[in-house]
Design a protein around this ligand. Structure first.
Ligand SMILES: [Zn+2]
Length: 425
């Protein structure tokens, strides 16, 4: 019996060594490509994820909780000092709704044994974040913009970042404040992670939503809406994040695979077993971990890490593909000539374009970006349905969907850009 345990431990150590080396070698490429706009991304380096932390011991986990929670508690103290309300005092109805949705997702998650607390803060932006501890912080604006299943999708995604151990040790209070700020980018749930970590959190989060009885397609709905409203933002934030169309397609593919577990409005009675074995990942070698004297929660985290490893290899290729794609879109831009533009109303204008490239395109989205004297950015997009052939002319109508008038825009610095396009076959 004792001998068995030794062998198990040796095998586990070997496995972890192999895993660490493999993950580290994958990281160099990713680190070069995935540069976030914010310092936050720097604090979540790949190395953080693999230096033993992907395989947290109970002691490591409690240290992580202490650090993560201290940062949030400092933020909460600052909120109070600034006279801003929190939670139910801020908005009773939205807070109750958040707690209700959170509880169901948390219950089916890998971290259901931990005591977590959702926090509602007074920001009108679309944002939510976790810090590796046991808080999830949600901006009020996000609650106002999303329906229950969509909130569940975000909550599941955020818990998943902690489950998969994406939150680095060095996440400082300053960075937390940035996540809490209204200036945080809104094209990710929290805009702090790399493409690959986002996909990993999506994989776990979409499963949680289905197990908790929330429509697993809700995440897709969020990204589709984002796509309609702001295009793909590909040329603006080229490499650092999966863009809206891809995120929509990827989360839909995930939902297709987990919808079998979705029982509308109720928790799947097999949810605990499904966390280990489901259509997205299977618990395999790491059976050993459960018998190696670690706690159940720890082995659950480990199983996710192993599942993530497989995804990691694919992500390397994906990162390269992303970079090439961004270059392609940039190239398309040089072949788009603006021939005419005329006012259609106070809040819309029509443009005529000629495409002089030699490769047929589809999914063309043109963007218009303006900046007022105060530095505020305005961005509008127009989608061209169907295929655009070499030499073709096409008309696009831009609308300001934020109440801005053309009179105001005319005074600003502005430019057109190609938001997205793919080769048509
Ligand atoms: Zn995320």
């Amino acid at each position: 019996m004792k001998g068995d345990r030794m062998i198990v431990k040796q095998r586990l150590a070997l496995l972890l060594m192999v895993l660490s080396v493999a993950l580290l070698s994958g990281c160099q490429t990713l680190q070069n490509i995935d540069k976030g706009l914010y310092d936050v991304a720097e604090s979540i380096t790949e190395t953080d994820r693999v230096t033993g932390q992907r395989t947290l011991s109970a002691a490591d986990r409690s240290a992580q909780i202490r650090q993560g929670n201290a940062a949030v508690e400092q933020l909460l103290a600052e909120e109070k000092k600034a006279g801003r309300k929190l939670d139910a005092a801020l908005d009773r109805k939205q807070y109750q709704r958040l707690v209700r949705i959170f509880d169901r997702i948390h219950q089916v998650s890998h971290l259901s044994q931990e005591r977590w607390q959702p926090i509602l803060i007074d920001r009108d932006t679309f944002n939510a974040f976790t810090t590796g501890g046991t808080y999830i912080v949600v901006h009020r604006g996000l609650m106002q913009q999303l329906n229950d299943a969509e909130v569940a999708a975000v909550v599941g995604h955020e818990i998943a970042h902690t489950v998969a151990n994406h939150v680095g040790e060095r996440q400082t209070t300053q960075q937390i404040s940035l996540l809490a700020s209204s200036a945080a980018r809104k094209d990710g749930y929290q805009a702090a992670y790399t493409h690959e970590l986002e996909r990993e959190a999506d994989r776990i989060g979409v499963l949680y939503a289905a197990l908790a009885g929330y429509d697993p397609y809700a995440a897709t709905g969020i990204w589709q809406r984002q796509l309609r409203q702001e295009g793909n933002a590909r040329s603006l934030f080229a490499h650092d994040h999966p863009v809206n169309a891809e995120r929509a397609a990827e989360t839909k593919a995930l939902a297709d695979r987990v919808k079998q577990y979705y029982q509308p409005g109720r928790i799947n009675p097999n949810s605990a077993a499904l966390l280990d074995n489901n259509s997205l990942w299977q618990k395999r070698e790491n059976q050993d971990a459960a018998t190696a004297g670690e706690g159940g929660g720890v082995s659950a985290i480990l199983s996710t890490a192993l599942g993530a490893y497989v995804g990691h290899q694919q992500a390397k290729q994906e990162a390269v593909r992303q970079a090439q794609y961004a270059q392609f879109v940039k190239a398309v831009e040089s072949y788009m000539k603006l021939e005419q533009q005329r006012r259609a109303s106070d809040k819309s204008w029509t443009t005529r374009w000629r495409y002089s490239g030699n490769l047929p395109l589809k999914g063309v989205i043109m963007g218009f970006m303006a900046q007022d004297s105060g530095g505020k950015i305005y961005r509008y997009v127009a989608h061209q349905p169907g295929i655009v052939r070499p030499g073709q002319r096409f008309d696009l109508t831009f609308k300001t969907n934020d109440g801005t008038t053309l009179k105001q825009i005319e005074k600003m610095k502005a430019r057109y850009y190609v938001d997205d396009a793919v080769p048509a076959r």
